[in-house]
Write a protein that binds this ligand. Structure first.
Ligand SMILES: Cc1ncc(COP(=O)(O)O)c(C=O)c1O
Length: 469
């Protein structure tokens, strides 16, 4: 299996990037987080993933080879070295479509929904084969209710994946699987206690806000600045829980920089508060270096990590999960395992087999390339056809962007004018709890489910509908 990694490389540090990268590998190998015989990423892939030069990676790798941490196998790549792995092991910190093709009918509706995924890339045959093999007479126990927390083997795979791809550090026991982020938030409110005071980004994810409202918990909106949630404002509030989307703020698309992440963690530490980190589409980052999840940066057990397969795989599978810090895990075990698992055991085990056989890693790699290409195309089209009359917001990652349109139309007028051309774009005002974004009307465009010709046609129609460009 090839390891994927997400270290934090800091250009402000005196230490050169290659030294930081070398130290990261060395540390992870010594701690046993990278295991004997695991393949480390190719120079090219890692340089692209971390947005650094191949030369930087090469220099770090040369040092690791020289010191014997990794070995080079001719024509195969670099592998974590056996002897060093075993002798230096200090501690185990981690136990271990339909084919839309290129054809667009003239009167097809172009739907820029952010809930769509690239159906044309779905691995139908592999999934069908694995689902069939999983659902066999020999596995008849799958017809009976399983572990309330979710299948252990799937949780193991998720823990491994989260560590490699998002820098999250957890053991499978900390993971609770559930049918969707909203369901898990409901459960989390029970664990945290309804008397707690919650806060949420404003603008922020309306479905989370609704869960807080429906559960009757006090909810304080906290405004954003260019780095994400305003921690000064959060500090002044009496909130003891905060919900954030740091990898790709929903809906504004802000990627929270490392300093703000550390401030947020500091707030939680000082106030003995909890951060709910919703990392719904953190796998898809197009610019800059990946920043590890808050959960991986926090050493005080103050972050609850929420993840989902809805964006990275497909939404109707309804497999989402949360990673509980030890103090909350204890409450969950004591009081809330009364609630049965909400995701079908068959789907969980199919997903497990899919991951175990290496298909998940391949699929994710493919989807990163696909969405990067789609986003690039969409931005090109916007720059070409809509030009200076629009500003693109939040294009560093994720499966949607925002367009601030400067033609005098209100948000409603923009949406309705697009509708007359059979193009669906989406409002952003619904995400604002207190402010009114009237002065700066913005619409949301998801691109995951559209083909390149569809996007091109859609943007051309928007130009006509909005009379700009
Ligand atoms: C901010 C945010 N969180 C979470 C999710 C995923 O929700 P679920 O896991 O219920 O599919 C989405 C999907 O649209 C989202 O936009």
């Amino acid at each position: 299996m090839v390891i994927e990694i997400t270290p934090f490389l800091d250009t402000n540090k005196k230490e050169p990037l290659y030294v930081q990268l070398y130290s990261y590998f060395k540390n992870e190998i010594q701690k046993g987080n990278m295991k004997t015989g695991e393949k480390i990423p190719s120079k090219r892939n890692l340089a692209r993933h971390l947005a650094i030069s191949q030369h930087t990676v090469e220099t770090a790798y040369e040092q690791l080879i020289a010191e014997g941490y990794v070995e080079s196998k001719p024509r195969k790549g670099l592998y974590v070295n056996e002897i060093l792995q075993d002798s230096l092991l200090i501690h185990q910190s981690k136990p271990n479509v339909w084919d839309r093709s290129n054809h667009v009918e003239n009167d097809d509706e172009i739907d820029f929904s952010h809930g769509q995924i690239a159906l044309e890339e779905f691995p139908y045959n592999v999934w069908k084969k694995i689902a069939n093999a999983t659902f066999s007479k020999e596995q008849d126990y799958l017809l009976i209710n399983g572990d309330r927390q979710g299948e252990f083997s799937l949780r193991e795979q998720i823990a491994h994946y989260l560590y490699q791809s998002r820098g999250v550090r957890c053991v499978p026991d900390q993971i609770v699987i559930g049918a969707g982020t909203q369901y898990l938030l409901g459960l989390l409110i029970l664990i945290l206690g309804r008397q707690s005071i919650f806060s949420i980004e404003d603008p922020g994810f309306h479905r989370t806000r609704e869960v807080f409202y429906d559960q009757g918990v006090t909810t304080i909106p906290i405004s954003l600045d260019e780095h994400g949630m305003n921690v000064e404002e959060l500090n002044k509030s009496n909130a003891s829980i905060t919900y954030v989307t740091p990898s790709h703020q929903f809906p504004m698309g802000i990627v929270m920089p490392i300093n703000r992440r550390m401030e947020l963690i500091q707030w939680a530490k000082e106030k003995k508060a909890f951060i709910i980190e919703d990392d719904y589409d953190g796998e898809f980052r197009y610019k800059g270096r990946p920043i590890p999840a808050l959960q991986g940066l926090d050493s005080s057990g103050r972050v609850i990590y929420l993840g989902t397969f809805s964006k990275s795989f497909f939404p109707s599978i309804r497999i989402s999960y949360m990673v509980l810090p030890p103090s909350l895990l204890q409450i969950y075990h004591e009081r809330y395992t009364i609630y049965k698992q909400t995701v079908s055991r068959l789907h969980q085990m199919t997903m497990f087999n899919f991951m175990k056989e290496g298909h998940w890693e391949r699929h994710l790699h493919k989807m990163r390339t696909t969405y990067r290409r789609k986003q690039k195309k969409l931005l090109e089209m916007i720059h070409f056809f809509l030009c200076k009359d629009v500003v693109v917001i939040g294009a560093d990652s994720g499966l949607h962007i925002l367009l601030s349109v400067h033609n005098g139309m209100t948000e409603n007028e923009l949406i309705n004018a697009a509708k007359t051309k059979k193009v669906k774009v989406y409002p952003t005002s619904i995400y604002f709890a207190t402010q009114d974004p009237k002065d700066q009307p913005m619409v949301l465009l998801g691109f995951g489910g559209l083909s390149e010709p569809e996007m091109e046609k859609g943007v051309k129609l928007l130009k006509e509908a909005w009379n700009i460009g």
